[in-house]
Ligand binder design. Structure first.
Ligand SMILES: N[C@@H](CCC(=O)N[C@@H](CS)C(=O)NCC(=O)O)C(=O)O
Length: 212
């Protein structure tokens, strides 16, 4: 098999794709797209994803280019047969929670990151608004994980791969502790113990920048 080509950067959305590739065991090559210097807006990258965002995968053997992390995870599950839910009922749960991540978890924490860390002017109303929404989303996940071992049901699957990097970023970068959501905390620790997750989190290895 020709290796899958992964275009990515050191971010939670990039980590979803690298963790999934590590889980599947499929061979892949990594291409760093430095979104801090604007490489996602070069003509070559825009030809892969007109939406100028990582991650993207190219599967040369099937002549497929896949954008959007949720679609990438579904594609890789189908391609490999790994983390593919068995029944139709499980598949629709996986799809629902994968889209919940894409619609709520990622956008809310992404905006919080922007306004809390990057914004030159810190606006308390805006930061408070996204922190309140993040708490609500964490309670939704905590409720689901109080009922099931994993986000889309009993088995570990793509909804977990989709969500874990953002909960990790929330904890390590945004100060979103898991004390008030014990089921979410239990799940977070269990997923963190998977070797494929740790390997995927280390992708891509960025070259050291020269300091000024
Ligand atoms: N919904 C997209 C989000 C991807 C995304 O936001 N990627 C960010 C990095 S985490 C990016 O490439 N940003 C560059 C830009 O917006 O110019 C997905 O799940 O793949």
């Amino acid at each position: 098999m020709t290796p899958i080509q992964l275009y990515t950067y050191q971010t939670p959305n990039g980590h979803k794709a690298s963790i999934m590739l590590e889980e599947t065991g499929l061979a892949y090559d990594v291409h760093i797209v430095d979104i801090e210097t604007g490489e996602q807006r070069t003509p070559d990258f825009l030809a892969l994803n007109p939406n100028n965002k990582i991650p993207v995968i190219v599967d040369p053997d099937r002549d497929r280019t896949v954008v959007e992390s949720g679609a990438i995870l579904h594609y890789l599950a189908e391609r490999s047969g790994i983390l593919m839910p068995g029944s139709e009922a499980e598949r629709i749960q996986a799809l629902s929670w994968t889209l919940f991540q894409a619609a709520h978890v990622g956008p809310t924490l992404g905006q919080l990151w922007n306004y809390k860390i990057f914004a030159p002017e810190k606006i308390p109303y805006v930061i408070g608004r996204f922190e309140t929404e993040a708490s609500r989303i964490y309670r939704v996940l905590d409720g689901q994980l109080a009922l099931h071992a994993h986000i889309a049901g009993d088995a570990y699957g793509i909804a977990d791969v989709m969500t874990w990097p953002w909960i990790h970023a929330g904890l390590t970068k945004l100060g979103l502790a898991l004390d008030a959501t014990p089921a979410l905390a239990r799940w977070y620790m269990a997923v963190a113990a998977r070797p494929a997750v740790l390997r995927g989190l280390a992708v891509p290895r960025l070259p050291l920048r020269e300091s000024a």
